[in-house]
Design a protein around this ligand. Structure first.
Ligand code: PEP
Length: 276
């Protein structure tokens, strides 16, 4: 069944599709690979080596980030020394330290070379039960720790069918960023990741993605009137070398967060090259 478009939908931000085109002042394209719970440290090093060797030169206009599992961060970091590829983690605990068995703090992630962190990924929201308030605490800590924080937001298929996409995206964005000052948005990235498109092979069409990106930009304008245009909004959900070009051609799509296709050097390299 075709996933409906939202031109009739409205969140609490009074928004009509097309109103906020060309509001992005973001100059870089961000290409981030989320390796999820895949690859051993040795396999992760191999993949990062293959990506690095395949990218002789990354232009300043493109930021490439790889996000291996926690266990592989240190090994991959060693290999990325001197490279312009950045390292990101997939999760962290909001506390600086303490009795939180199995968790990892922002300081620990920084100590192994992370400069990026993914927060509020839909698998953590929907599979592991993370709620907006925990995600907000993580965002506050990450931004206070000078990590670049990628806040993931996105609706489920049922929510889209019920025309709730804008409401869900607005709630997740507002609550995820509660208490975040405008100043801190310099290190903020929003990833719009419709849950129905993650790992399913069903990509949002470029206009479906652009429509929600426009809505997010308009929402950011209300929340952060001075800096909203500079906050990158990237798209995630079954991005491949085939669909990436058309997604990146949209004015408010400032990059992509890639799961499955980031696990093979060839496909990830093709995606990066489409942004160069
Ligand atoms: C993701 O994990 O953030 C993601 C978008 O996965 P995929 O590209 O496999 O849909």
């Amino acid at each position: 069944m075709a996933i409906p478009s939202l031109t009739e939908g409205r969140g609490r931000v009074d928004f009509r599709f097309g109103e906020c085109l060309n509001n992005s002042a973001v100059t870089k394209k961000i290409i981030a690979g989320n390796w999820k719970m895949n690859l051993t440290p040795a396999e992760s090093v191999q993949l990062s080596d293959n990506i690095q060797f395949g990218l002789a030169h990354i232009p300043n206009s493109v930021e490439v980030i790889v996000c291996p599992s926690m266990i592989s961060l240190s090994a991959v970091n060693t290999r990325l020394t001197g490279s312009s590829i950045k390292l990101g983690a997939q999760n962290m605990h909001p506390a600086k330290s303490g009795a939180f068995t199995g968790e990892c703090s922002s300081e620990m992630l920084k100590a192994v070379g992370c400069t990026y962190i993914i927060i509020g990924h839909s698998e953590r929201r929907h599979v592991l039960g993370e709620k907006d308030d925990l995600i907000n605490q993580k965002m506050i800590t990450a931004l206070d720790s000078d990590l670049n924080a990628i806040l993931c937001v996105g609706e489920t298929e049922i929510e889209r069918d019920q025309n709730l996409t804008f409401n869900v995206v607005e709630r997740q964005t507002r609550l995820g960023l509660l208490g975040v000052s405008e100043e801190k948005t310099k290190s903020l990235i929003i990833a719009y990741e419709p849950v129905w498109a993650i790992g399913t092979g069903k990509t949002a069409t470029t206009s479906q993605a652009q429509e929600v990106h426009c809505f997010i930009r308009e929402l950011l304008r209300k929340m952060f009137p001075s800096f909203y245009g500079k906050i990158p909004i990237i798209y995630g959900g079954s991005v491949t070398p085939v669909n990436v070009e058309s997604l990146l051609a949209e004015s408010d799509i400032n990059g992509v967060l890639v799961g499955g296709a980031s696990l093979k050097a060839d496909s990830f390299l093709s995606i990066v090259k489409a942004a160069c």
